[in-house]
Design a binder for this molecule. Structure first.
Ligand SMILES: NC(=O)c1ccc[n+]([C@@H]2O[C@H](COP(=O)([O-])OP(=O)(O)OC[C@H]3O[C@@H](n4cnc5c(N)ncnc54)[C@H](O)[C@@H]3O)[C@@H](O)[C@H]2O)c1
Length: 313
């Protein structure tokens, strides 16, 4: 930990509360602001419950000390006071992001940097009029950020390299894994990759090539096992005797023939309805929250496994 000043969390819903845990777990004092009293009231009980699971998985000790570092504030000004880094996690609309960015801009410390959790709206769409716009960028996490460490750093054209460096260093300090994009692109890297897979999964399902459950199983019991610790390039480097070049020689023709024409459009309503009926038959809507908690427990144990096998920090 290099900077002793607090981190501010602006917006404490699903993602913002996860971020609070990320920074508090690493030793930072975390000042949380959300305009909703109900949301604010839920942050600490949620953090306590999540920390109990992390403690059980051997991933943290001293959970009470971690919770004690989180303070809740009912004004933006109070949360930003003295903060060297602001993680913004408000609603994913240009209007909401613009309004909150301008408000942060007016109150932030002279050298503070602001990372937005935006899943897809680039910073250039909502920080153009900020006086400190060179210190705003995207720091896009995966939900829940305290269990899935990757963070995409995406600069706007006017973001200073120093601001990106600061956030990259901070993310490493708090044990997240920063991935740097050189410029803005729709969907960033993570959702572009996920988008290709999802579009293909919907198309295979719509064409009746395989059932929804079998398509899911292909990832859960196939591709996903390797993907939990290595990416697609390292995967193919190991999947041909001579490495990636050999793989390309052998199989590039196969992949070249797989391009869909025309490119995928929006997922059709009727196909979404059919998939929804299947999923709800497998998991009723009122069981989703319980299944999310199960997912988080599995993620925690997977992280603990990776850590104990030197596959993660
Ligand atoms: N949920 C995900 O899977 C996920 C993953 C990665 C990134 N994100 C991104 O994170 C951001 C937040 O998403 P979420 O899922 O946590 O949404 P959410 O609805 O759970 O939380 C949004 C919170 O923002 C608060 N808020 C609204 N206006 C505010 C303001 N002016 N100042 C402070 N707080 C304000 C709301 O009260 C609410 O608690 C979005 O940009 C989203 O795209 C979400």
């Amino acid at each position: 930990m290099t900077d002793q000043r607090p981190v501010a969390i602006v917006g404490a819903g699903l993602v913002g509360s996860g971020w609070a845990l990320v920074f508090a777990r690493a030793g930072y004092h975390v000042a949380v602001y959300d305009p909703s009293p109900d949301i604010r009231a839920g942050v600490v009980p949620w953090a306590r419950q999540s920390l109990a699971e992390l403690t059980h998985a051997g991933l943290v000790d001293a959970p009470d000390e971690i919770v004690a570092r989180i303070t809740l504030h009912d004004t933006l000004q109070a949360a930003l006071a003295g903060a060297f880094y602001v993680q913004e996690s408000v609603y994913e609309t240009v209007a909401a992001k613009t309004e909150v960015s301008l408000a942060i801009d007016a109150l932030m410390d002279a050298d503070a940097v602001v990372g937005s959790s935006s899943s897809g709206i680039p910073a250039s769409k909502f920080t153009a009029d900020c006086a400190n716009r060179e210190r705003f960028l995207i720091a896009h996490p995966v939900n829940p950020p305290h269990l899935v460490p990757v963070v995409e750093l995406v600069p706007a054209p006017w973001t200073s390299p120093a601001a990106v460096d600061l956030v990259a260093d901070l993310m490493k300090t708090v044990k997240q894994v920063p991935v740097r994009l050189t410029r803005e692109i729709d969907g960033f890297v993570l959702n572009r990759l996920q988008g290709v897979l999802l579009n293909e999964a919907w198309a295979l399902y719509e064409d009746g090539i395989a059932s929804l459950a079998d398509i899911d199983a292909t990832i859960a019991y196939g591709l996903g096992l390797r993907w939990s610790f290595m990416g697609p390039f390292e995967t193919i480097d190991l999947n041909a005797p001579g490495g990636i070049e050999d793989y390309a020689t052998r199989l590039r023709g196969l992949y070249a023939g797989m391009v869909r024409t025309p490119p995928p459009g929006p997922w059709p309503d009727a196909v979404v309805a059919k998939a929804t009926a299947e999923r709800r038959a497998a998991l009723p809507v009122d069981a989703l929250a319980e299944r999310r908690a199960w997912r988080d427990g599995v993620l925690g144990r997977l992280l603990a496994f990776k850590k104990s096998n030197c596959l993660a920090d």
